[in-house]
Write a protein that binds this ligand. Structure first.
Ligand code: ZN
Length: 128
């Protein structure tokens, strides 16, 4: 589909982003269900300490992934709300429009490319 990089999101584009976000959301919701199941079913004793260590590290990875998924789910849900409110492509920092090219690549973004770069700079300096 053609994306006109104007400020307004057309009805057609709105539907496109909506279904894109809903697909992402459904995949995540189905996926996290699996992780919970696996974690419950592998709750057992380990005679070999190596197995136990492996299990612990796998479990930690699973928890980290789940944490990331939870955050992403929240972002997707708020993106769907922003689509409804027609603020989906408005940068939360400067109020400028986020380019559609960027929204296509990162459908949950709330920052325009300039603000994103500034934020990343800040994060880097904070880590030092
Ligand atoms: Zn901005």
């Amino acid at each position: 589909m053609e994306f006109v990089d104007s400020t307004q999101i057309t009805e057609e584009e709105k539907k496109y982003y909506q279904s894109k976000l809903e697909i992402m959301l459904n995949e995540l919701l189905e996926g996290s269900g699996d992780t919970v199941q696996e974690m419950k079913s592998t709750n057992q004793e380990f005679p070999d300490p190596t197995d136990r260590a492996n299990y612990e590290s796998e479990r930690n990875t699973a928890l980290r992934i789940r944490d990331r998924e939870r955050k992403l789910i929240k972002k997707i849900r708020s993106a769907i709300v922003r689509l409804e409110e027609e603020t989906y492509n408005v940068c939360r920092e400067c109020g400028d429009y986020i380019r559609k090219q960027r929204l296509n690549a990162r459908p949950v973004t709330t920052l325009c490319i300039n603000c994103k770069e500034i934020e990343e700079q800040k994060e880097k300096t904070q880590q030092i």
